[in-house]
Design a protein around this ligand. Structure first.
Ligand SMILES: [Zn+2]
Length: 248
């Protein structure tokens, strides 16, 4: 039997399973256990952990717990002075592509409004979600802690807020996306890449007032939705910039 004490820092305490009250958790282990399994057994997915200290020494997720150790578990901090080699999460992504799990439909719309390729999935099994994530090389965004605990997930994030605008800010902070924001480049409804179209090509589908007042149109090639600079761009672009605190 191994006795171990964990201390969780920052908002990781909000992710602990019921029955655990942070910040300090004591566990008794009956079998050799990796620090990943130990931490996730308390409710915190590995995707949310950026630094683990075992008796003050940095370790990775595969580290096997020793008798009487003290384990400190830290979340991702964007501004903290820890050597890169000790941090467990990557700060930037190879591809800014996302897969939003059920309950994050509004976040998916906001990410698309900011120009990020975002698939949305609901009603699928964990296996199907993970298969799509791997196949399309997407970052998994989910509020399902158990789903994020799957070992194959290299890039994932659990949005903390219930507010989709705040979730967008969180994702942009976590993956350092602010320089890659391109509002009004994707269809918020279906993720298609908007293409500009000559007015004469869509004129038959326009309401009389739109026809009269606007000349600059884009269309989603996937769902056919038409967008025009006036109303959509005037509303959407400032909204995205306001949420992200980006100036003109
Ligand atoms: Zn569309």
């Amino acid at each position: 039997m191994l006795r171990v004490t964990l201390r969780f820092y920052g908002d990781l305490n909000n992710l602990l399973f019921g029955g655990f009250t942070g910040p300090t958790v004591e566990r008794l282990l009956t079998a050799p256990t990796s620090v990943k399994d130990l931490i996730e057994g308390c409710g915190v997915p590995h995707t949310e952990v950026d630094l683990i200290l075992a008796d003050n020494h940095p370790v990775d997720f595969s580290y096997l717990i020793q008798e009487d150790q003290k384990i400190s578990v830290y979340p991702f901090f964007s501004h903290i002075d820890i050597p890169r080699s000790e941090r467990l999460q990557k700060r930037t992504l190879p591809h800014n592509r996302f897969l939003a799990d059920a309950n994050l439909g509004k976040l998916a719309r906001y990410l698309r409004m900011a120009g990020f390729d975002t698939a949305y999935i609901q009603g699928q099994s964990d296996k199907e979600i993970i298969s799509q994530m791997l196949g399309e090389k997407r970052v998994l965004l989910s509020r399902d802690r158990k789903l994020l605990m799957h070992k194959v997930i290299e890039y994932g994030y659990l949005p903390r807020s219930d507010d989709p605008a705040e979730q967008l800010r969180e994702v942009c902070h976590r993956f350092n996306l602010f320089d890659d924001v391109h509002p009004f480049s994707r269809c918020p409804n279906c993720n298609g890449v908007l293409q500009s179209v000559p007015k004469e090509e869509v004129i038959d589908q326009l309401e009389p007032l739109t026809k009269k007042h606007f000349d600059d149109f884009s269309q989603c090639p996937d769902c056919g939705q038409i967008y025009w600079a006036g109303s959509h761009r005037r509303r959407l672009v400032p909204r995205v910039k306001e949420i992200l605190g980006i100036g003109d």
